[in-house]
Design a binder for this molecule. Sequence first.
Ligand SMILES: [Cu+2]
Length: 470
Amino acid sequence: MTNRRSFLTGAGAGITALGASLVSRAGAASLPEAPTHTSSATAAPLAPTGGRPYNPVVTLNGWTLPWRMKDGVKEFHLVAEPVVREFAPGMQVNLWGYNGQSPGPTIEVVEGDRVRIFVTNKLPEHTSVHWHGQLLPCGMDGVTGLTQPGIQPGKTFVYEFVARHAGTFMYHPHADEMQQMAMGMMGFWVTHPKNPRQHAVDRDYVMLLSSYDIEPGSYTPRTNTMLDFNLWTINSRVFPGLDPMVARLGDKVRIRVGNLTMTNHPIHLHGHRFEVAGTDGGWVPKSARWPEVTTDVAVGQMRAIEFVADAPGDWAFHCHKSHHTMNAMGHDVPTLIGVDHRGVAEKINKLVPGYMVMGDKGGSMGDMKMPLPANTLPMMSGDGPFGNLEMGGMFTVLKVREGLKRGDYSDPGWYRHPPGTVAREWTGDGAGALPPAPRAPDARPAPAPAGQAMDARKPGANDMTGHEHH
Ligand SMILES: [Cu+2]
């Protein structure tokens, strides 16, 4: 099968075939292979090896599901199953997903393709797959109880429809949704235009936003959580576990973002202006687009942003809710900006494990060296060329470089700034006289920190995970 061979070549290690052992003998003969993928590295784009040509997408820290062509139908095989996903080095999470990973593999088809998707359920409870955004026969919509019975454990269902319109979609269960989506069941779907020159870009990245409530020190999300999530992920990875997005200077870049969390995410890109070129409803007419540097992606929405990567550098790409660029933390702790408690936190920690304060004038949160429970990531981390990035969660870097090869997605390393273009300490030499810094007319002097009583208290049991205000 040529498409599988090329997939192996392109994506490297971490792939094994589940094959037909999972399904009944009678069904095995007609079922396509269900490749699985366990590496959390970004797989090379899966070039089409049959059917109409298209420009494949890149799933950040993910992969695309190979298919087989049978009598003119593109056949895919998804296996819903428990998986282990590394959120970032140092943290493994027990999730549910598809074909070895959460999110499941990206499905790529072409407008007009007839698509047949086999779904085998290896979960301990029934499931279904809803094809979010597709225009399809009602009975293929995947809503348990409404359009089909649930797929019971051990059973395989088949879905079949024509991918009628090009665009940006996703798939997820419509069965015990809160539990199954809180466990990571979701995947991306791209329907490419019939004409590969239409909407063509040089680099096309896709990602799904999801959130988890994982108590520090544990390995499995709490699935009854409604709002108090503490890990905010891109493709079930958190910074610094996210690969950079790479672009050649002058490339036209598209980033497609789908949101399957319980809150909105204002997605922000530095150093560039973009337009929202598409939603899960289709492409936005050119006359209806406007320039942006942040676009809100609401719950259940998808946005395809497009821009020309015209500024060399390492540019932050992140959700603008600052607690979504942090990993699990305690935030019910006093803010002690301006209070000199050097050494005090350490002493208290001996008496009250887990004690911490924010805003220690001796260092930021990113510098706090807290003893962490096993399998827990620091709140803010990631080493950059100038020190700790103090980031976690929904954060990665767009790396724009001159002269990259087409199709080269490897990390080019940190940006080498031209001399004299980096913010630096003013030492009075060469940069002229220090201009006066006017103050607000009604400014009052800040209270002196010296001798101020410390309002420290012990964090409660829930402080490490509670995140109620979004
Ligand atoms: Cu967010």
